[in-house]
Design a protein around this ligand. Structure first.
Ligand code: NAD
Length: 286
């Protein structure tokens, strides 16, 4: 009787049909994506998400070994290319490599970013560090948009994504350099969305809440040298304003999937904040 009631259940049938016989295409079926900084963290989670939704992904990262390992782990629909986003020629080569391999570029995700252990006090700031962060987080993103649009304009289509940050909206301790770079990313997105819309190209960014990925942990170790890594991770998770859950790389990958897909076909010039209401909560928390 239990078996009969299971088969009479419409949810069971829809699950069964959707999994086995659905003609519904995956959300990125046949799409080609290039993601910078995809050897780890948010970029890697997004590459995995895009591939599981039908895309082929080129992983571009400065870390050769880690990037190769990530591509191998993600399977035949992932390819690695070495790319330092501070070198315009590397970005140009990564775009050309994607075109030679897949004949088109549908999605460019300018995700690579660094924080560079900026000191808590502005008086200790070495301005060379400021230049280094701007080189990766701003110049690298701008160059990525430039070279993606070089191939997307003739295609008359494309989705360009960038990773900004909640610190670009609200700043924070030791964020004087990093937050400036992320404000700039939002500026790039707003400006380029208005320039590229006439070619059918959408430009958006995502502002994630802190997640304990490698560069965030490095930053935290600098700020709290005596606290062990597991405790640092917990400190980040404890910042969450949304009860009962924490922000994970997969949450950012889901946002990227939406913005990259045709589900967001009329969304451009947008900064999608994925922070569990943190920015609202902090500013309205009387
Ligand atoms: P991560 O350290 O896991 O990944 C960053 C990747 O960028 C690494 O694989 C690194 O090798 C690569 N990279 C660094 N410099 C590069 C360069 N010059 N050229 C090419 N690749 C380079 O960290 P993540 O958290 O996944 O960071 C991804 C993006 O998300 C960054 O732009 C970061 O600023 C942003 N972000 C992260 C958080 C967070 O809390 N993790 C929050 C907001 C925004």
């Amino acid at each position: 009787r239990r078996l009969r009631s299971l088969f009479n259940n419409s949810l069971t049938w829809s699950f069964f049909f959707n999994r086995r016989f659905s003609s519904q295409p995956a959300r990125l079926d046949g799409k080609i994506a290039l993601i910078t900084g995809a050897a780890s963290g948010i970029g890697k989670a997004t590459a995995e998400k895009f591939i599981s939704n039908g895309a082929k992904v080129v992983i571009a990262d400065i870390k050769e070994k880690l990037g190769q390992d990530t591509a191998k782990q993600l399977g035949p629909n992932a390819t690695f290319i070495h790319c330092d986003v501070t070198k315009e020629s590397n970005i140009s080569d990564a775009v050309d490599f994607t075109i030679s391999l897949h004949k088109k570029l549908d999605i460019m995700y300018n995700n690579a970013g660094i924080a560079c252990n900026t000191p808590p006090s502005i008086s200790d700031l070495d301005l060379a560090v400021f230049d280094k962060v701007m080189n990766v987080n701003v110049r690298g993103v701008l160059a990525g948009v430039k070279h993606a649009s070089r191939v997307m304009i003739p295609q008359r289509s494309g989705s360009i994504l960038c990773t900004a940050s909640v610190t670009g909206l609200m700043g924070g301790l030791a964020q004087h350099t990093y937050s400036v770079s992320k404000v700039a990313v939002i500026g790039i997105v707003k400006s380029l969305a208005s320039e590229l819309c006439r070619y059918g190209i959408r430009v958006n960014c995502i502002s994630p809440f802190p997640i304990p990925t490698p560069f965030v942990i490095e930053e935290m170790v600098q700020l709290f040298p005596r606290v062990e890594e597991a405790k640092l991770e917990k400190m980040i998770f404890d910042l969450s304003a949304l009860e009962g859950t924490v922000c994970e790389t997969n949450d950012i990958a889901n946002a990227a999937l939406f913005l990259a897909s045709d589900d967001a076909k009329y969304v451009s010039g947008h900064n999608l904040v994925v922070d569990g209401a943190f920015t609202c909560f902090k500013s309205l928390n009387f």
